[in-house]
Design a protein around this ligand. Sequence first.
Ligand code: SF4
Ligand code: SF4
Length: 88
Amino acid sequence: MALKIITDNCTSCDACLPECPNEAIVQRKGLYFIEWEKCTECVGFYDDPQCTAVCPIDETCILDPDHQESREELLAKKKRLHAAEGVG
Ligand code: SF4
Ligand code: SF4
C-alpha cells in the first residue's frame, strides 16, 4: 500500500522529501504529494516508512487505502524503480 500526505495537516516543512528512497515525494506550488506509483512503503530499504518517521505532524503521512499492494508487489515495484541502478 502506498502512503499519502494529508495536505491539510502538512506544514510544508520539507523534512520528508529528501528521505524518500524512491523520490516519490514531490512538491508542487508549495504543497507536498506522494506519487503512489513510486511509493513502496520503503520496502526493500527501511523497516518503516521514512516519510512517516520524520514527519513532525501526526497523521500526515499515512497509508492510502485506495492503493492496496502486498509486500511482494511492493518489492517488485522497488526492483522496477531501481533496475537501472542495479539495486536489489
Ligand atoms: S513510504 Fe517511503 S517510499 Fe513511500 S513516500 Fe514515504 S519515504 Fe517514500
Ligand atoms: S514532513 Fe510532514 S509536514 Fe513536513 S513536508 Fe513532509 S508531509 Fe509535510
